[in-house]
Design a protein around this ligand. Structure first.
Ligand code: ADP
Ligand code: ZN
Length: 441
């Protein structure tokens, strides 16, 4: 069994708890002293740093949400002077919803360690050639895996996303053995290689490390077959540094959470109550080591189950299932975060009624994104060419707001079914809910 940091990754539970407790006490003090909006939250609850003696006191602390971070855009949750930071990254989020995450060099080092652990957990080593086809730039995927790959000592191909011809050429010519990208792009690469007559056993790849968006076991199998590889899951979010917060080992029975750096809780999204291990609920993270962006009890909105059952790989870190859904209405379409409210904003601004429906599906492992929008009687009386022009204009407005372009269908007045209760705004046919049984193994 290979570990990147064996001592941490296989730490006995009692030792881990002690370590987490010590770090938490320190981190709460750091946040209280340096992050004014969180100090206000603690003051409102009447909690002082002295009240936190260890992880058993964690539930005393207030939750933090994406909304809180957005309200304090961009620097309100910064825990150190800006001059001590060496980088930012930002959510794949969209206009008005971006969160800026700050990093000191220490924060980057530990993030890269987390990604290095993920690479080694799949059997990766300095013998490997690792192709990073996650986007570079503000998105965390490229930077995280790039850093992790360096730390492991792999030869790193910093391809960034897109330019499929070049991806395939470098993969073949330089002998890439590990591919890191979103699962949708991996599926697309598989198809593209098939079209070019490259059979799965003709490419040099051995392993894929895929994440940043939901994907199913079926999709995993399809990718494994089309690329002739073993595909591993990796999870993270910009707010907690990026990918690598959790990763799959070779047992592939859930993703180990890097618990020496993060405390994971699962809560009831309605009541905020902490649920016992094995319950399905919203995942909440406390970052124990981050200096620049030290979030306590951050609500991810991702729904999952945690398990502390022993893993055959020897790692003692708790495992999470794949995210099984979201507790808010955020959709991840082709890797981009989309909120129905943004679509509504565009429609109202462009003079439409808020009668619309979003239909998302996955065809050939790639997301389709359609929006049905009702016209009013006057628009409906227009000529076909006027209506087509309106559709085009809406697509452009949506693309400007969301960062990706949907297919817009203008439909007849009153043709979208009205609902008695909450409007059915989103029809997601991608069947992303996964089987929960396997964590029990
Ligand atoms: P990024 O910019 O890295 O996409 P975001 O913070 O915008 O980060 O998105 C993070 C969200 O992406 C998570 O909260 C989760 O919903 C989703 N996500 C990340 N990794 C995975 C994964 N392996 N499986 C399913 N969903 C994932
Ligand atoms: Zn394991």
């Amino acid at each position: 069994m290979k570990y990147f940091q064996e001592k941490a990754e296989t730490m006995p539970l009692s030792e881990l708890r002690k370590l987490q407790s010590e770090k938490l006490v320190k981190q709460v003090r750091h946040v209280y002293e340096h992050v004014a909006p969180y100090r206000r939250k603690m003051d409102e609850l009447g909690v002082k740093p002295e009240d936190i003696h260890g992880i058993e006191d964690l539930p005393k602390l207030p939750f933090l949400t994406k909304g809180d971070l957005r309200d304090e855009y961009p620097t309100g949750y910064l825990g150190v002077p800006m001059k001590d930071c060496v980088r930012i990254q930002s959510t794949s989020g969209t206009t008005g919803r971006r969160v800026v995450a700050f990093y000191t060099q220490h924060d980057i080092d530990l993030w890269e360690d987390c990604c290095a652990r993920a690479i080694v957990a799949t059997g990766g080593s300095d013998e490997d050639v690792l192709q990073v086809a996650y986007g570079y730039g503000l998105f965390t995927g490229g930077a995280g895996l790039n850093g992790g790959s360096h730390r492991v000592g792999c030869l790193t191909l910093p391809m960034s996303s897109g330019n499929t011809d070049r991806q395939i050429q470098f993969m073949m010519d330089l002998g890439a053995t590990i591919l890191c990208c979103t699962p949708s792009y991996a599926a697309y690469l598989g198809e593209s290689m098939k079209e070019r007559g490259i059979a799965p056993d003709q490419n040099p790849l051995r392993v894929g490390i895929f994440g940043a968006e939901p994907w199913t076991e079926e999709m995993r199998q399809a990718i494994e077959k089309s690329l002739g590889i073993k595909a591993y899951d990796i999870y993270g979010l910009t707010e907690t540094s990026g990918p690598g917060v959790a990763f799959e080992c070779q047992e592939q029975q859930g993703m180990h959470i890097n618990e020496d750096h993060f405390i994971a809780e699962v809560i009831d999204p309605e009541t905020g109550k902490v649920l016992p291990e094995g319950s399905k609920g919203e995942l909440v993270f406390t970052s124990l080591d981050k200096e620049a962006f030290p979030l306590l009890r951050y609500r991810t909105r991702d729904i999952c189950i945690l398990s502390r059952k022993k893993c055959a790989c020897g790692r003692t870190f708790i495992r999470m299932t794949k995210p099984m859904g979201r507790s808010d209405d955020m959709l991840i379409i082709r890797g981009v975060n989309v909120f129905p409210s943004q679509i509504e904003t565009v429609l109202l601004k462009e003079g439409y009624t808020p009668n619309y429906q979003i239909v998302v599906d996955r065809v050939n492992n790639s997301d389709t994104f359609d929006i049905l929008v009702e016209m009013d009687e006057a628009m409906f009386a227009d000529t076909v060419s006027v209506i087509t022009g309106r559709e085009k204009a809406l697509v452009a407005a949506m693309r400007a707001m969301l960062g990706i372009g949907p297919t817009v269908h203008l439909v007849a007045p009153h043709s979208i079914q009205r609902s008695e209760g909450k409007a059915v705004r989103v029809i997601d046919k991608r069947k992303l809910v996964t089987d929960t049984q396997w964590l029990g193994k």
